[in-house]
Design a protein around this ligand. Structure first.
Ligand code: ATP
Ligand code: MG
Length: 148
């Protein structure tokens, strides 16, 4: 389905901002002249909600979360970046496996299923998911959808 990624993102951020921590702001920016994309909006929404929920959960008060969308000739790129606890380097390879939880999560609750679902949903939409993270510094998750 064709829809506007900017409208989609603004609506979603409005919802997610309500469950964010004290003074934890989600900052949105779109790049590109066009903003129409052709993806399953329900699968994309579920995926992005998972990523922003993680960013909220694994970062503290008084931080900001950057949410970016970019539409270009080559397709759509979505990134969610936080300045939170990060993921230990040696555990990053397991990130998308079901029930995986890193050892630095302490008493932060979770089942370890969110990212596995994201990977499967993004795969169904023909896209890819990447993660770049540094422990104690933060995490950036990128969703890539190449134009066919
Ligand atoms: P849930 O099923 O509720 O999403 P979860 O958040 O533990 O539980 P995932 O979203 O799959 O599960 O994430 C798996 C693990 O990856 C987390 O437990 C955490 O260790 C790590 N992780 C994921 N996102 C982040 C992030 N933004 N910052 C730090 N660690 C993260
Ligand atoms: Mg999660």
């Amino acid at each position: 389905q064709e829809f506007d990624i900017v409208k989609f993102s603004e609506d979603l951020i409005e919802e997610m901002q309500m469950i964010a921590k004290q003074n934890q702001n989600i900052v949105y920016q779109h790049t590109g002249t066009a903003s129409t994309v052709n993806l399953d909006p329900a699968l994309l929404k579920n995926s992005v909600i998972n990523l922003i929920s993680n960013a909220i959960k694994y970062s503290g008060e008084n931080t900001f979360i950057e949410f970016n969308t970019e539409v270009s000739e080559s397709g759509l790129v979505i990134t969610v970046k936080d300045n939170g606890i990060g993921i230990p380097e040696e555990e990053q390879k397991n990130l998308f496996e079901p029930f995986f939880r890193a050892h630095n999560t302490g008493n932060i609750p979770g089942t370890g299923l969110g990212l596995n679902i994201v990977k499967r949903y993004v795969g169904l939409m023909g896209g890819e998911v990447f993660c770049k993270s540094a422990q104690d510094h933060g995490t950036t998750v990128t969703l890539l959808f190449n134009k066919l």
